[in-house]
Design a protein around this ligand. Structure first.
Ligand code: 5GP
Ligand code: MG
Length: 178
C-alpha cells in the first residue's frame, strides 16, 4: 500500500471544508445525509467543523463491486431519510468516481422537494466522471487509482485506516484474513 493522503492532510482539509460549508449556509439549519458505509468517517469528522445547526441521517448505496472500478448494478435505499421537504440537505459521500451514485441519490432526494440540495465528498476522481453534475464540495482531487482508508474499503476491509492509501497489485492478492 502506498499512502496518498496523510491523516494530518485530511484533517486540515476537512476542517477547511467545514468552515466553507458553515460560511455558505449562514446559520440556516441543515440536514446532513451520509451515504453508508463509506461516508461514516468523513461525516463524523466534518460535522464537528460545521458550526451551522444541523441534524444527521443516512441513506445507503451499493454498486456490488470489489476492487475493480467496473460498475455493477447500483442499488439505493432511502429508508433512513426523514422528511426533507423545505429543508437544506447536504449529501455526503466518500468519493465521486463516475458520479452515478451521487447523481441517482440526488435525483431521489430532489423528488422529495428539499429547499436546497448540495453534495460534498472527500475525494474526486475528476477524470472518471460520467455524469453532468459535479460535487459542490470536495476535499481532494485524486488520480484514477483504487484507494482505501478513512471510510473507503476493499471487500469490507481497511475502512478504519486514518489515512488514504492506494491499493497495489500485491494487496489485492492478499486474503483479508492474513
Ligand atoms: P460512483 O457512483 O461515483 O462511480 O462511485 C461511488 C462509489 O464507488 C463510492 O461511494 C465508493 O463506494 C466506490 N468507489 C469508487 N472509487 C473507489 C475507490 O477508489 N476505492 C473504494 N474503496 N471505493 C471506490
Ligand atoms: Mg460508496
Amino acid at each position: 500500500m502506498r499512502t496518498l493522503l496523510t491523516e494530518s492532510e485530511i484533517a486540515d482539509r476537512v476542517r477547511m471544508l467545514g468552515q466553507q460549508i458553515t460560511g455558505d449556509y449562514q446559520g440556516q439549519p441543515l440536514l446532513v445525509v451520509g451515504v453508508l458505509h463509506g461516508s461514516v468517517v468523513l461525516v463524523a469528522d466534518l460535522i464537528r467543523s460545521i458550526a451551522t445547526p444541523h441534524q444527521m441521517a443516512f441513506v445507503r448505496a451499493s454498486s456490488y463491486r470489489g476492487s475493480t472500478t467496473v460498475h455493477g448494478e447500483l442499488v439505493t435505499t432511502l429508508d433512513g431519510l426523514p422528511d426533507v421537504s423545505g429543508r437544506h440537505v447536504l449529501l455526503i459521500d466518500d468519493i465521486f468516481d463516475t458520479g452515478r451514485t451521487l447523481e441517482r441519490l440526488s435525483q431521489e432526494i430532489r423528488a422529495r422537494q428539499p429547499a436546497s440540495l448540495r453534495a460534498a465528498v472527500l475525494l474526486w476522481k475528476r477524470e472518471r466522471q460520467e455524469v453532468a453534475s459535479q460535487p459542490d464540495y470536495f476535499a481532494f482531487e485524486i488520480p484514477d487509482e483504487f484507494v482505501v482508508g478513512y471510510g473507503l474499503d476493499y471487500n469490507g476491509d481497511y475502512r478504519h485506516l486514518p489515512y488514504i492509501a492506494v491499493l497495489e497489485a500485491d494487496d489485492l492478492a492478499t486474503p483479508s484474513s492474513n
